[in-house]
Structures are given as structure tokens and as C-alpha cells.
Design a protein. Structure first.
Length: 506
């Protein structure tokens, strides 16, 4: 069996480690990969002979567009074979190509390329992806984040060609991760959930564990990951002045000078994914200025005892809006539609995501404040408390919706997020349906704890405790033994879904 990996930026280190574990523990010898990020590409070539020479670099493929001649016949045929149903979703999901974001800080939203240049980039990348499958012929693809042109193409072409896809998902329960055959839900969980509901399967130990977990959460609601909470971010003006600490000033200057020197001496500094440190300094100054001016007078007092619905703002740019719900990317527009769908006695509580403080302009919040029944909540307020006291929670695909489900609160989602599998969670497929959906969730909401426990039981059974977020950011490559120990549960999970046994080693 030959395993392919989509290795996006920092996931390159994780992916190459997974390949080593699958080789050492399961005897697999054939691997290939599509890498995004030249640093990751170089790291793999230096540290993993299993993948070296069998990996495609996205940046090199991207540069081919400069000599590309558009072949409209190829484009139309590709659209017929792999369209969603057209080809724009592949470009829209790529925040660098579409908006110059990532290399420029949000809310920058100006593409550097023309329409025809984007078509050339698409054509060059699509040809390379087809070549990848024709040449490497992987039996399965392990995918982390398909949040780019090349990544989404790799995922969709693999599925259309019948190549097994295993997408790594965070369960949003502690550090647990699982794999699914698709990007939009938990396929293996759904299958087990169906068998648990029908009585074909029974997992008493896992069910008891699930009941204990759910009781603990409801007694003391806490976010599954505190790193996104207010205490880890500079969410108020006072904390923004911490940069004046002499040690922080010295470190910041040293780091910026190091990045500038590295950029100027980098022969590949024109790679489209490279961050120009001069623009980064400019964007950071804008962000810091907004944060230091502060958002005083914009946030309202709250009353958790009044009738309110809750909408937590999503981080941007992220796959929540770019991939899972691209037609709800404009959150300001969406919030206006939600507000007008509520009963007249209701308030709509809108809370900023703590990591976004300083990124959005004051004008965004001022526009929100024009909505008569809207209450703008400070990011310092505990989000779980807002969920726990809300009469209804709206979300595109966020964790707040999943938290609400577990706390027996009605939810309306605007995407094919995994928890819409539960029948009492409603998905808004057309904005004109939103008032009726709202009315239904407020007046006819009927949660099913037995079904929720079955769903959670399936998630616990199908997942493994792997703190992938922590591994993603740490310098784990320097400690091979630690890295192997941390990632082995995930490698075992991948092997299980590929029906590979350790006893297969000859």
C-alpha cells in the first residue's frame, strides 16, 4: 500500500513523523506527498528518505503559471470532471490567491493577481495534481487542512479517482482527534452512531465514560481548549501596553531584524506564500494602533437572564467560512439576517473571538451597533456562560454550536458541520428559511440525550488523545522519541482505517 500525505506548512513535520511510524510499526515502505511550504519541503528531504524525492512542492508548481498558456478546453473538461459544480470554490478557498491574506494581515482583502492570472495558476496546479496521481498512484491520501487551491484539488481529485481519503479532524473534546473519509463530517463516527442507535452495536465501557464526561461538562461548563479564551489574549486596552516591557521590546526588535535578514538572503523570497517582513511590520503597527486606541464604548452590558440568542464571531480567514460555508463569508451580513429573524422581545448577543482583537476595524463594530436588537459583548466575557444561558445559538460551524448541543441548547448552523448529523440541530440551507427555523427551534426544540450519548460514545471510540495543536507549534523535530510517542496513537488510528495490522510485517 502506498500512502500519500497533504503536508501543509507545519504539518510537514508531523506528516513525515507519521510516515516513519507507519514504516517502523506497520512495515509500510511506499509514501508520497504534496507539500506547501519550502521549509517543510527541505526538512522532509533532509530527514525522511521515505518521502524524499517523492514529494511535490506547491510553491514550485504555483510559479509555473508565469509561462502557462490558458487552455480553455482543458479548463472546461476539468470543470466537467471535478467541478463543485464549477471551479471557483478551489480559488475562493485559497486566502492567499483570492485575498492576499495570510501573507498580509486581516482585514486586508485585495488579490495581487488578475482573473486570467488566477486561471493560469489554477490550470498549472490542476495539471500538477493530475500528474501527481498518475505518477505516484497512492492508494490512500492522509489530509490535514485542505485550505488552499492545491489542497482542495488534491482532496477532490482523490475522491473522484476512488483514492481513499483520510481527513484528520479535531473532535473538540479535550485533545482527541479522529480521521474521516471526508472533510464535512465524521464518517466513521456516523456509521458507528447508526449501529448504536439501531442496537447493532453496544459499547458499555465507552458509554459509561461518555455519561461521566457529559455530566461533568454540564455541572461545570468549560471550553475544550483554553488557548482561545480571553486570558491567553490581549483582549483589553490595558493588556495591550504589555509590549512596553523592555524585555519584550528587545526580543521584538531582535526577531524582526532576524526575519528581515532571513528574507533578504532567501533565494526563494518571491515564493507566493512568503511573508514580506516589511509588510508584516506595517500590518502589525496598524493592528497595535487599533488595539491601543481600544474599543471603549462599543461593548454593551449584558443580562444573562433576558431572552437572547447568541452568535459568536468566527476567526477570519479560516476554513469555517472559506470552505465549509463560503456563501456566509460576510459575517456582518449574516448577523443582520439573524437579528431580523428573532422574536421582537429577543436580543442577539454577538461576541468577538479573543484572537481577533485588534484585527477588525472599529467600523465593523460600529456597523454591528446599528442593529437595534444587537448586544455587542466584550471578548472578556466567558463564552460558555453565554452559551449556557442562551435560548438559541447560531453558528457557521463553530465550537459554540457543539458546546450548545452538549448543554441541550437549540442550535442553527450555516454549514455541513459534523454535529448537524443530530436531528435536533438545524442547518440553514437558504437564508429565507431562517425565520421559520428560528421559530421552530425556539418553540419545538426536543433534544434527545440518549442519541447524544450514542453520538459522543462513537466519537470517543473512534478518536485518540493526540494534542495535535501543541505538536503543530512545538519544536518537536528536535526530540524524535517524544514526537513518536505523541503521534503513535494517530498513526495507529490511520492504520486501523486502512485495515493495516502490525502483524502484516514480514
Amino acid at each position: 500500500m502506498k500512502i500519500g500525505f497533504l503536508l501543509q506548512r507545519r504539518f510537514a513535520v508531523i506528516g513525515q513523523a507519521l510516515a516513519k511510524i507507519l514504516n517502523q510499526e506497520y512495515g509500510l515502505t511506499e509514501f508520497c506527498g504534496y507539500v506547501m511550504g519550502r521549509d517543510g519541503y527541505n526538512f522532509i528531504n533532509q530527514h525522511n528518505p521515505l518521502l524524499a524525492g517523492r514529494i511535490y512542492l506547491d510553491e514550485d508548481i504555483h510559479n509555473r503559471y508565469k509561462s502557462e498558456t490558458i487552455n480553455w478546453q482543458f479548463i472546461k473538461q476539468f470543470e466537467k470532471d471535478y467541478g463543485l459544480p464549477n471551479l471557483w470554490p478551489y480559488l475562493e478557498v485559497d486566502r492567499i490567491i483570492r485575498s492576499s491574506q495570510l501573507v498580509r494581515a486581516f482585514p486586508h482583502d485585495t488579490p495581487r493577481l488578475s482573473h486570467l492570472e488566477m486561471v493560469k495558476i489554477f490550470q498549472a496546479t490542476a495539471k500538477a495534481i493530475l500528474e501527481f496521481f498518475e505518477k505516484e498512484k497512492p492508494d490512500a491520501m492522509v489530509i490535514s487542512v485542505a485550505g488552499s487551491l492545491g489542497g482542495l484539488l488534491l482532496y477532490e481529485v482523490a475522491r473522484k479517482k476512488g483514492v481513499k481519503t483520510l481527513v484528520i479532524h479535531h473532535t473538540r473534546i479535550s485533545t482527541r482527534h479522529l480521521v474521516s473519509e471526508n472533510y464535512y463530517d465524521f464518517s466513521f463516527v456516523n456509521g458507528l452512531y447508526g449501529r448504536l442507535r439501531s442496537g447493532e452495536a453496544s459499547l458499555p465501557a465507552e458509554r459509561a465514560r461518555t455519561v461521566q464526561y457529559l455530566e461533568k461538562l454540564r455541572q461545570n461548563p468549560k471550553p475544550y481548549r483554553e488557548i482561545d479564551s480571553a486570558k491567553f489574549h490581549q483582549v483589553n486596552r490595558r493588556r495591550q501596553f504589555s509590549f512596553l516591557n523592555p524585555k519584550k521590546i528587545g526580543w521584538s526588535i531582535f526577531w524582526r531584524l532576524k526575519m528581515i535578514a532571513r528574507f533578504l538572503t532567501n533565494p526563494y523570497r518571491d515564493d507566493y506564500t512568503n511573508i514580506n517582513p516589511f509588510w508584516e511590520i506595517c500590518d502589525n503597527l496598524k493592528m497595535k494602533t487599533r488595539a491601543l486606541i481600544g474599543y471603549g464604548g462599543l461593548f454593551d452590558k449584558i443580562n444573562l437572564n433576558e431572552d437572547y440568542a447568541f452568535y459568536p464571531l468566527h476567526r477570519e480567514p479560516e476554513i469555517a467560512t472559506l470552505l465549509l460555508a463560503p456563501f456566509y463569508k460576510d459575517q456582518l451580513w449574516l448577523i443582520k439576517q439573524i437579528a431580523r429573524s428573532l422574536p421582537l422581545n429577543f436580543k442577539l448577543y454577538v461576541k468577538e473571538h479573543p484572537p481577533m482583537m485588534g484585527l477588525r476595524k472599529r467600523s465593523f463594530y460600529r456597523e454591528l451597533k446599528k442593529i437595534p436588537n444587537l448586544v455587542l459583548v466584550s471578548p472578556e466575557v466567558d463564552g460558555m456562560a453565554l452559551v449556557n444561558n442562551a435560548k438559541l445559538v447560531y453558528t457557521i460551524s463553530g465550537t459554540a454550536g457543539w458546546e450548545a448541543v452538549q448543554l441541550n441548547k437549540p442550535v442553527i448552523a450555516f454549514s455541513d458541520v459534523y454535529y448537524t448529523k443530530l436531528p435536533w440541530v438545524k442547518k440553514c440551507r437558504a437564508i429565507a428559511d431562517l425565520p421559520n427555523l428560528t421559530n421552530e427551534q425556539l418553540n419545538n426544540f426536543k433534544p434527545d440525550d440518549s442519541a447524544l450519548i450514542d453520538f459522543l460514545t462513537a466519537i470517543f471510540y473512534e478518536s485518540s488523545p493526540v494534542d495535535l495543536t501543541k505538536i503543530w507549534w512545538q519544536e518537536s523535530a528536535k526530540n524524535v522519541e517524544k514526537q513518536t510517542a505523541e503521534l503513535t496513537p494517530l498513526a495507529d488510528l490511520i492504520a486501523k482505517k486502512l485495515n493495516i495490522s502490525k502483524h502484516d510485517i514480514s
